[in-house]
Design a protein around this ligand. Sequence first.
Ligand SMILES: NCC(=O)CCC(=O)O
Length: 425
Amino acid sequence: MDDGGSSILSFDLWADAQKLFSGGVNSPVRAAVKPYPFFVKSGKGPYLITEDSKTLIDYVLGYGPLILGHAHPKVIEAVREQLDKGWLYGTPSRAEVELAKLITLHVPSAEKVRFVNSGTEATMTAIRLSRGFTNRTKILKFDGNYHGAHDYVLIDAGSAATEFGVPISQGVPREVASTVAVCPYNDLECTERVLKDEDVAGVIVEPVMGNMGVIPPDIEFLKGLRELTRAYGTILIFDEVITGFRLGLGGAQSYFSVTPDLTTLGKIIGGGFPIGAVCGKRDVIDSLTPMGKVFNAGTFNANPISMTAGIATIRELEKSDTYKVTERATRILADEIDNSIKMEHVVNKVVNFFQFFLGVKEVKNANDARKADRGLYSRVHENLLKLGVFIPPSQFEALFTSLAHDDKVIEESVSKFKKVLEELT
Ligand SMILES: NCC(=O)CCC(=O)O
């Protein structure tokens, strides 16, 4: 797969990048790659090709969007066709109607949609909507859930906020932080206490936690959230930026048969191009400008390239074996990892994404995940990289599989995981 070298290697680019960017990167998790971040020149199927002409089997997949693998021909074709027609009109276009139809067809809670440009914008908008719609202020989130990089949610956040030790970001006004209550994941008692004592506008939750490693929900937890929020007149927001179109076409809400009031989407629905969406009940979405008084706008909202890539991706998900292939790939790999680790450990998987935790017996919430041996995880990451396998550099992210992770790729990966895990654990 190597496709020729260049005289400027990752190490040199990294030296320049450190002069140009904080920590040498434009999103913090990338700086956790050991021994230093490699730079990528191309991606194809399950592989990344680095600037050092190394081929890596990719289990990061752009942190989740690339469920069809890198550079899927159907997405390339659709985007190329769109490029010839221009890519930004400042007006509605046919593609946004088509993508919204696909989303409302498949996602049970989605009657209407607002497209934005990232998961961050989606959760920011959903929270503002829940506040505007209910005329209340407080939000409840869960410890270790990550909902993006805006002020309302950088409170006990997972992902890079935990990896880099900023669960509560500097710069978030105390007044804003004081509007956010936090409960442990899978804890209904705490949830009920907060809903009873406070006037809560919205409860936002990852229906599967994918930002402290992977932590499945207790089904009773999701059902209980639905009942409690209904009883207290609070908007239930499922943040399905990871799980949307990953656990199946209907996301986590179909998988667990729990329908929230609002859903935030991102990642897969843009086929790997920047996107976010808030969807939900007609009357709630209609509270957004221009019909309502909850403001949202965006130069790039519903831009034709992201829409087109999203349509091509969902159409492929509708007719291909993607869910079968990705579930099989995850099952085989996760089971083999489970068998190869000799020390105490947990492997948490849900359908087609997973994470392993070393030195712990059980991981059911963020506190459990924090107790895992992160240093050892990082060494596993580094040693796998030497053998040509890229897993997330942080314990607090997930391994994803794609349609391109066929049996041959999985077999090769298994032997490499075995080698590293048997040596280090
Ligand atoms: N699970 C967290 C992410 O996917 C974020 C990736 C990034 O901000 O680079």
